[in-house]
Design a protein. Structure first.
Length: 135
């Protein structure tokens, strides 16, 4: 079981993601924008973060960058269904998120089972890296 923070501005989709992750045994909290998400992350210990890229107030790329700078050991899954920034077809926001610290990226729409698997894979990879660092 892990503590997971879900950051996404789509309230219905957040409820679905929270439910799916709780069914896998995780303790889950959520924020509806990047600023609130960063505040929640700073105030509590989370093992993993699921972060949308296109959000009001603060984009997910900036949110992921701040979270990664705060804690290098947290597992991060970036999700997005659309473009941001200049809305240019040449910008892959999920690729940028990966370069800024997301362990795994998922393009919407995806199955909730894919999200659960992505979170668990990212958690395993981070735990494995931490174990290697301690050895």
């Amino acid at each position: 079981m892990a503590r997971v923070l879900v950051i996404d501005d789509d309230q219905l989709f957040v409820k679905l993601m929270v439910h799916a992750l709780k069914q896998r045994g995780h303790e889950v909290e959520f924020a509806l924008d990047g600023i609130a998400g960063v505040r929640m992350f700073a105030a509590s210990a989370f093992d993993a973060v699921v972060c949308d890229i296109v959000m009001p107030e603060q984009e997910g790329v900036q949110t992921i960058k701040q979270i990664r700078l705060a804690r290098s050991d947290v597992a991060i899954v970036a999700i997005s269904g659309g473009l941001s920034f200049s809305h240019s077809a040449n910008i892959d926001v999920l690729e940028i998120a990966g370069k800024l610290g997301a362990d795994i990226t998922l393009k919407k729409p995806f199955q909730l089972s894919e999200l659960s698997s992505a979170v668990e894979t990212a958690l395993s990879a981070r735990r494995g890296a931490a174990a290697c660092a301690r050895a």
